[in-house]
Design a protein around this ligand. Structure first.
Ligand code: HEC
Ligand code: HEC
Ligand code: HEC
Ligand code: HEC
Length: 502
């Protein structure tokens, strides 16, 4: 895993769509993680290559890109919905992504004309999300490789307005269909830059507003997509590149794109259900639509060509497994400093405690701790005690103490803690190791739900599973494609199997 771009020449294969596609998929560095993720994405979108037929026919006679004048080519680096993933969590080996690796990659390549980030930098409205937003904006907009455009998603707007505005000031946020009277509103109708004597005009449509902005007296108003697009393209050179970021589903993109005038040359659709970026554009009404995926694990490098028949896009995927020059990973050292400062700040601000116990428990009862179950469930307790779940807190403590692996306060970082304890964020749940040591580690009640009433009633009040989900669904809340890329319920359950005493 020393190289992260397996196919430096893939761009030259433009025109042989199937060839490019097959190679780009098989040629990824051989970690399990990306292919497991890729097949997951494929399973979620078993689409019969939309518009593939049209594309295949057209691409057969595509000219060689080396004869397309430079001015008619544009090189974009795309990423979609980041959802607060500043760094991979490190729970499994070979995890992809992270801003430190991304910025290092950009610095090493230095050939991108346009750096473009989709919307929804964060995925919630907690104090941690706010601090992540601040950190992400610092890295993406204010460091050595500033981004050209960033979309605004519906989730971004769920953050408290004043803080959101304060943290995003000066960053190249685009929201063509959002109108706001406040002078401090950072969402511009468009951004524009010059590349080889030609303007690149970038628009973004948010398409929806969260609940708090839907009233008549809301300070933000949603324009129709057509009005938003028109506003963004007003006064643009006829000759300009027109790029549109869409915060919406693929279905919405396919409906909308044919109605846009003048047609965009590229649509970047931030549909968060595309976990992995697509390796081939979808052609709709002559416009290439690309899906950059989520979490910034795999970047999408897009070369846009302006041909007599219209725009064409060639894509290459860049799995962020490490650096090109630093063996074993690396990552931009300055970005790493900013991330470290963020983590220390989270601890200093006591966010772990502040965010605890904010939500109701699923069954209204309280958490009591695994020791309470021991008296009545001797064999289940014994099985749990030898499972790794009972050591999940210790694992965090060890990780924190090991500077080679982490060396930063992971036991004070809400994301890490949430999956390694019982009932974090819920009433009566985990607060901190000092305050609630009985709830550290993945105890019985993380899976079965709060058991105060069950225990008091001597087992008469039924318990079931937390939130009433199926066993296999429950596991995936933590064992997802990043934490446990090879997780199969039927194989892992036997390792923790337990039940009623006979
Ligand atoms: C709250 C999050 C969470 C849930 C839910 C969860 N796990 Fe885990 N699981 C963990 C953590 C964290 C570890 C690693 C603990 C350590 O090594 O310290 C782990 C480790 C394991 C391991 C040992 C490592 C391995 O893969 O061999 C198995 C097996 C396992 N889990 C199975 C399951 C099964 C089956 C379910 C569903 C019934 C489940 N887990 C649900 C968090 C969870
Ligand atoms: C979405 C839930 C989730 C989050 C968030 C999470 N973990 Fe984990 N973690 C897991 C699971 C599940 C495992 C077990 C993976 C396995 O063995 O299959 C695990 C395993 C681990 C391990 C043991 C890995 C090994 O090599 O033995 C460490 C260390 C760890 N996590 C640290 C962290 C840290 C630090 C963070 C925050 C940056 C974090 N985790 C965030 C679910 C999570
Ligand atoms: C990682 C999640 C997880 C943890 C931790 C866990 N369980 Fe379970 N438990 C399950 C699942 C899943 C089942 C199977 C439920 C089913 O098949 O409907 C189960 C089944 C049971 C059953 C049998 C239920 C029945 O109806 O047959 C009992 C009793 C039980 N667990 C008690 C405990 C106790 C006590 C602890 C802690 C010492 C514990 N569990 C820890 C997930 C967990
Ligand atoms: C005072 C004794 C007692 C305590 C304490 C107790 N249980 Fe139970 N539990 C029982 C009895 C008895 C049953 C069997 C009920 C039945 O067969 O209908 C049972 C059944 C269960 C079941 C399977 C049926 C169901 O309700 O889903 C689960 C799961 C379970 N217990 C989990 C736990 C957990 C987790 C704890 C600790 C937080 C716990 N129990 C504490 C007595 C207890």
């Amino acid at each position: 895993m020393t190289r992260i771009r397996p196919l430096p020449l893939a761009g030259l294969l433009f025109g042989l769509a199937t060839c490019l596609c097959t190679l780009a998929q098989c040629g990824q560095p051989g970690e399990a993680a990306p292919s497991a993720g890729a097949s997951l994405a494929a399973a979620q979108h078993p689409k019969p290559t939309p518009a593939g037929k049209e594309q295949g026919q057209e691409q057969e006679q595509e000219p060689n890109p080396t004869v397309v004048p430079e001015r008619d080519q544009l090189k974009l680096l795309l990423s979609g919905t980041m959802s607060g993933r500043l760094e991979p969590c490190g729970c499994a080996s070979g995890q992809l992504g992270g801003l430190a690796r991304r910025m290092q990659y950009i610095g090493e390549r230095r050939y991108h004309d346009v750096l473009l980030e989709g919307g929804d930098l964060v995925e919630g409205n907690s104090p941690l999300d706010l601090e992540k937003l601040f950190t992400a904006v610092t890295i993406l907009a204010n460091m050595q490789h500033p981004y050209d455009a960033m979309g605004i998603g519906e989730k971004d707007l769920e953050l408290p307005y004043e803080q959101w505005v304060g943290y995003t000031a000066g960053a190249p946020f685009v929201a063509s269909d959002l109108a706001c009277d406040s002078p401090d509103w950072p969402g511009k109708p468009f951004v524009e830059k010059q590349v080889r004597g030609r303007a690149v005009r970038i628009a973004s449509l948010t398409l929806a507003l969260p609940e708090q902005y839907r009233g008549e007296d809301s300070r933000i108003h949603l324009l129709t997509p057509l009005a938003g697009y028109e506003r963004a393209m007003q006064g643009a050179d006829d000759d300009a590149w027109r790029i549109l970021i869409l915060q919406g589903t693929d279905v919405r993109a396919r409906e909308l794109v044919p109605t846009l005038q003048p047609a965009p040359h590229l649509v970047v659709c931030c549909d968060a259900s595309y976990i992995e970026p697509t390796s081939r554009p979808e052609m709709v009404a002559g416009v290439p639509i690309v899906y950059p995926g989520t979490r910034g694990r795999i970047l999408q490098e897009c070369t846009l060509y302006r041909l007599p028949k219209g725009p064409r896009a060639a894509l290459e995927l860049v799995p962020l497994a490490g650096s090109l020059t630093v063996p074993g990973g690396g990552g931009d050292p300055d970005v790493k400093q900013v991330l470290l400062a963020h983590r220390n700040q989270v601890k200093e601000d006591g966010l772990l405690q502040k965010m605890a116990r904010q939500l109701p428990t699923p069954n209204g009862a309280g958490y009591v701790g695994s020791e309470t179950c021991k008296t009545c469930h001797i064999t289940a307790f014994a099985a749990w005690q030898i499972s790794k779940h009972s050591h999940a807190w210790e694992t965090l403590q060890k990780a924190e103490a090991d500077p080679k692996r982490y060396g930063w306060p992971v036991t004070a970082y809400p994301d890490c803690v949430g999956c390694h304890v019982v009932g974090y964020r819920e009433q009566t749940g985990f607060v901190s190791f000092e305050e609630t040591p009985q709830l550290a580690a993945v105890g019985c009640e993380r899976c079965h739900g709060p058991a105060s009433e069950h225990a008091m009633s001597g087992g008469k009040k039924r318990l079931g599973l937390h939130g009433g989900v199926q066993g296999s669904e429950l596991c995936l809340q933590c064992h997802d494609y990043e934490q446990s890329p090879t997780f199969v319920y039927g194989e892992r359950w036997p390792k923790i199997a337990h039940g009623l005493d006979k």
